[in-house]
Design a protein around this ligand. Structure first.
Ligand code: UDP
Length: 329
């Protein structure tokens, strides 16, 4: 069996990646500090607890499992927090990734799949983005991810590291089998917060800004189903196995939904009222982040199957209602 080292395998996206890797015949090995991830979310392959910045621990894990590739999900990823505490983002994301990349190279593991983000772009007057759009991050989270992208490029030139970089747009939904799903503590993301408001776990959803220059005044995002997103990662591993070299891919759908549209769709899917209050803008938010997926479709053969708003909300809602499935450890 081929081992793949999955950093952040106990988190939302990483845990779904482990499931599809296992289904594709790989053994996912989760490396996670359990700061924002959950032991209970690791259902496929072993869990190795460790810090990204702990080079000795990383060397030990690379030596024990000899992974063929790394999938690097582990990161702090909250725009608001990154504006309040940039040092935390530069230390954890950038320093941690540097240690991981150097450990991978030392272990001769030269295939690397990296979770980047549309936050590397910043605002672009509403254009649909692609891999060549200029990068001007508005927040420390996006800046930290851009720095790691640059780092991967440099180590590619100097040490032959091959990287597939995926720039995610907004990830939503849950495993349709109901085995794993999204559970953050504290939660900050739009759809899970809204589902909490719908079933009375919180008073109301606050809409962050209603005076943006968009048709209904709220921010627009491109939502991708987590299962489609992780399918792309398996294709990324195969791309690297085939020796196709380093490449950046945007993972979006080309369709944007405003915050108000997501609220409306969620009301329809759940058949419930969504309690909403209007609030101020959140620092660091771009007005609109939408991307095409032409390169991923044409070159990787990626075919999103569940990235339809109603399906994403329905899958998230099913998981959300299953209290027993919320992780406790
Ligand atoms: N948002 C909101 N209220 C919330 C959480 C998010 O209005 O309680 C908005 C946020 O300003 C952004 C969109 O919903 O326009 C998606 O935010 P999220 O935090 O889910 O993802 P991000 O775009 O920051 O990655």
């Amino acid at each position: 069996m081929t081992n793949i080292l999955v950093t952040g395998g106990a988190g939302y996206i990483g845990s779904h990646a482990c499931k599809v890797l296992a289904a594709a015949g790989y053994t996912p090995v989760t490396y996670d500090n359990l700061a924002t991830g959950w032991r209970d979310a690791v259902k496929y392959g072993p869990l190795e607890v460790g810090e990204l910045t702990d080079r000795d621990r990383l060397d030990e894990v690379f030596a024990a499992y000899r992974p063929a590739a790394v999938m690097h999900f582990a990161a702090l990823s909250l725009v608001g927090e990154s504006m309040a505490d940039p040092g935390k983002y530069w230390r954890n994301n950038v320093q941690g990734s540097l240690a991981l990349i150097e450990a991978a190279i030392a272990a001769q593991c030269l295939d690397f799949v990296f979770s980047s983000t549309c936050a590397v772009y910043g605002d672009h007057d509403g254009v649909v983005l692609d891999e060549n759009s200029p990068q001007a991050p508005l927040n420390s989270y996006g800046a930290s991810k851009r720095a790691i992208e640059d780092m991967l490029g440099n180590f590619g030139q100097s040490h032959g590291l091959n990287s597939v970089i995926f720039r995610y747009f907004n990830v939503a939904g849950a495993d349709p089998d109901g085995e794993i799903g999204e559970f953050h503590q504290p939660e900050t993301h739009l759809i899970p917060l809204m589902l909490d408001a719908i079933d009375g776990k919180r008073d109301a959803l606050t809409v962050f800004g209603t005076d943006y220059d968009t048709p209904d005044g709220t921010c627009i995002r491109d939502y991708v189903h987590v299962m489609d997103l992780v399918d792309a990662h398996v294709l990324g591993v195969k791309w690297l196995e085939e020796g196709k070299g380093s490449r950046v891919f945007c993972l979006g759908t080309g369709t944007g939904f405003s915050v108000r549209e997501v609220i409306e769709q969620s009301g329809k899917v759940t058949n419930r009222e969504v309690p909403v209050v209007e609030g101020d803008r959140r620092p660091g938010d771009a007005v609109k982040l939408v991307s095409g997926s032409r390169r991923a479709r044409e070159e990787l053969g990626w075919e999103p199957k569940r990235s339809v708003m109603q399906t994403m909300v329905a899958d998230a809602w099913r998981w959300h209602q299953n209290d027993g499935a919320h992780y406790s450890a």
